[in-house]
Design a protein. Structure first.
Lengths: 428, 307
């Protein structure tokens, strides 16, 4: 394997607080050197002048629909989309068909990811058998097989006693419990955020408190058990306030939000565009601002995609009948550039922390770092590039994003996983 | 005035556009009084009514309106559940397009369903009710009835009573009345008043006896009997006690106040039979005006010419 020499990029690493123009030499699967003017005649050279060189993105939350819906996404197509979006590690949720609740399926994910050989795929296994919320899965066997966390994502663990036991049991394996906080009784048949827009449209609403009561419950149970809780796709001001207070009290809870919760608000649903239908729903402008503030002050640790592919036929149904979810791998970076960097003036160090080292820490992985001898997971970013997201350009099998055909700013130039160039943007 | 292809709701209409429908409907109301109540305006046009939710009166009203305009009308009803299993609404749209109809009148249980058809058809689309979203022709006929009685909308005080949350009639009326300068209030069990509705410029009340005497128009909405037992209100008996239009309540209204109901009525629940048939009730005028309004809507959107 030839060395790769990334020349003249702005190298940013949140872990080591590095932000300077430098060359990066990748030797075998490791970062060999980070120095100015590295000379290496045999290396493949990538010119990164005017570009950002950073640790590859680490996604804690995606849906690859494999096994179960190969028409919508597979591990192969999902990984293609992930590397095109700058991700070098992705954690896939277990709400597949069948659910990832046994060792065999965890092995299948690793085997298939190895065959595809694009990015690292870490399975998150189900908390309960068949995700029914009743009996715990074999955390021990599953962790040994490589499950990095446990979640019944797509649904909450309704029974609080089962949830308590899941948290307690997880302590034996030092693995996090990923909760999808949504109270089913309060959500009922809610299709969008409950508020003035749902009132105007006559669509049944899912209130912010449906998320918040479970966040509050989970924080209490996590404190009681002392286990590791990770709250998924936080979308409301109330949830962020609760988590902020818990952190101020010294709790070790972590949480994530998704690009769509800080880029869109529920006014955009006025056209009944089903590509905006996600769970939890796109919230009010006030909530969107609170998510940005939560990212700014560190209450929100991670940005995850919640990449949720659905085929066109399903998304073309009436708003009531269309499934929840939007794809996210290939739109995450542009949304972050347009909103957090360009508009909210976040620093790259601050943003990258939430895409690299922080999510890696949630699943106790020593990844997400660009320094000498670290695993060479690297992304090269063109933060100025303006481009149009066409259906053809999307590598995911599904095209369900409201950003389809929109002009975006910020593009992934190249993605390197363990020292191998897995993606090089043809337009760059 | 440039004509919009479709009529999907009143939310985005200007007062001029609304008044245009009402004025034309008055002309057609006169036609309907003639011994031979027909005009040839839409001869050769084909209009399809597509009802994915059962409704006899709205579909019949549109059919009569189309016939009075000499259009060809084809009626189709199918329950939404069988649609869910088979053809999608988009496929339905493509099939309609292939059959070259001029206009489609659609009723569907899903909010936004009419918009999907409108976006995918060259034919004009009239929304005859999309879930809890809008029912523009019902609101237009209500507005027509109010204008006939009061001659104005400015400062007209309208009270809508009942299940506001699930009511497309309430939404379309609120949008239209607010655009025309009327004062609108809603009153019902707090569990059936949607969140943040005050942001539409609507007053909210829970006790109708405190306020009913202040309103020119009191509109009772149909309470879906199936909602009993869903926890939104404890019983139909208590609903009637608190929000039913009883004789006593009707008597406490302004002398010139009127009572409206979009139908079909649950007599003895949201409205007492004596009130429905009483002197303040204009419910049958609403039904008559319904045909005139639908003639106006079909005429405008089908591009009819006044002879």
């Amino acid at each position: 394997m030839a060395d790769i020499l990334i020349k003249g990029g702005r190298v940013i690493d949140p872990k080591t607080d590095l932000d300077e123009v430098s060359d990066v030499l990748i030797h075998e699967n490791k970062i060999g050197k980070i120095e100015k003017n590295i000379k290496n005649v045999s290396a493949k050279i990538i010119d990164a002048k005017g570009k950002i060189v950073a640790p590859g993105f680490f996604d804690l939350h995606c849906h690859l629909r494999d096994p179960g819906r190969p028409d919508v996404e597979t591990i192969e197509s999902g990984c293609q989309a992930a590397v095109a979006g700058g991700f070098t590690t992705i954690c896939c949720m277990p709400n597949t068909t069948p659910a990832i609740d046994n060792e065999g399926l965890v092995n299948y994910i690793y085997k298939e990811a190895a065959r595809v050989n694009l990015c690292r795929v870490f399975p998150i296994a189900a908390i309960t058998k068949e995700r029914l919320g009743k009996e715990l899965t074999e955390f021990g066997e599953l962790t040994k097989a490589g499950a990095k966390g446990f979640s019944d994502d797509g649904d909450v663990v309704v029974d609080c006693n089962v949830f308590r036991h899941a948290l307690e049991y997880s302590k034996a394996f030092n693995v996090p419990i990923f909760e999808h906080p949504i109270d089913r009784a309060l959500t009922k048949d809610g299709l969008m955020n409950e508020g003035i827009v749902s009132t105007r449209l006559g669509l049944s609403g899912s209130p912010a408190i449906a998320e918040e009561v479970i966040v509050a419950r989970d924080l209490l149970v996590a404190r009681f058990t002392g286990a590791r809780l990770h709250l998924c796709h936080i979308s409301t001001k109330g949830s962020i306030d609760l988590i902020r207070r818990a952190k101020e009290d010294g709790m070790k809870v972590t949480c994530e939000t998704c690009p769509h919760y800080f880029f869109f608000n529920d006014e955009l649903l006025a056209g009944f565009n089903t590509d905006f239908k996600v769970n939890p729903p796109i919230r009010s402008e006030q909530d969107r601002q609170a998510v940005i503030e939560g990212l700014r002050d560190g209450t929100i640790d991670c940005i995850a995609t919640d990449h949720a592919p659905h085929c066109q036929a399903d998304k073309e149904l009436e708003f009531t009948n269309a499934p929840f979810g939007m794809i996210g791998f290939e739109t995450a970076l542009p949304i972050i550039v347009m909103e957090l960097i360009n508009k909210q003036k976040f620093s790259w160090l601050h943003v990258l922390e939430k895409l690299t080292i922080n999510p890696a820490k949630v699943v106790t992985e020593k990844l997400g770092v660009v320094k000498k001898n670290a695993v060479a997971d690297v992304v090269i970013i063109d933060p100025q590039k303006k481009w149009q997201l066409t259906a053809n350009a999307i590598r995911s099998k599904s095209k369900n994003t409201p950003l389809l055909n929109k002009k975006l700013t910020g593009q992934v130039v190249a993605t390197i996983v363990e020292g191998e160039l897995k993606y090089h943007n043809p337009d760059q | 005035m440039p004509k919009k292809k479709d009529l999907l709701g009143l939310e985005n209409l200007t007062s001029r556009e609304i008044i245009q429908y009402l004025d034309l409907a008055e002309k057609f109301a006169a036609v309907l009084e003639r011994p031979i109540p027909f005009v040839p305006s839409l001869r050769g046009k084909t209009i399809l009514t597509l009802f994915f939710e059962p409704s006899t009166r709205t579909q019949i009203s549109f059919s009569i309106a189309a016939k009075r305009l000499s259009a060809d009308i084809v009626n189709f009803s199918q329950s939404a559940s069988s649609v869910k299993k088979g053809e999608t609404i988009l496929d339905t749209a493509k099939n309609i397009e292939a059959m070259r109809v001029d206009g489609v009148v659609v009723r569907h249980s899903a909010p936004g369903a009419a918009k999907i058809l409108a976006e995918n058809l060259d034919a004009f689309v009239v929304n005859a009710g999309d879930g809890g979203h809008e029912h523009p022709t019902q609101a237009l006929l209500d507005l027509m009835t109010m204008r006939q009685i009061f001659g104005r909308f400015k400062d007209l005080k309208v009270l809508i009573i009942g299940d506001i949350e699930h009511s497309r009639v309430a939404r379309s009326n609120i949008f239209g009345l607010k655009t025309l300068g009327a004062e609108v209030a809603v009153c019902g069990p707090p569990t059936l008043i949607p969140l943040a509705i005050e942001n539409l410029g609507v007053d909210v009340f829970y006790n109708m006896d405190d306020i009913i005497q202040d309103y020119d128009v009191v509109m009772a909405l149909r309470i879906q009997l199936e909602r009993q037992g869903t926890g939104l209100f404890p019983s139909l008996r208590e609903y009637r006690t608190l929000y039913g239009l009883t004789k006593e309540r009707a008597a406490s209204m302004k002398q010139k106040g009127v009572i409206m109901h979009p139908g079909p009525m649950n007599r003895g629940v949201e409205i007492d039979p004596d009130v429905a048939d009483g002197s303040k009730s204009v419910i049958l005028s609403q039904v008559t005006n319904g045909v005139a309004i639908r003639m106006a809507v079909l005429f405008i959107h089908a591009g009819g010419k006044l002879g």
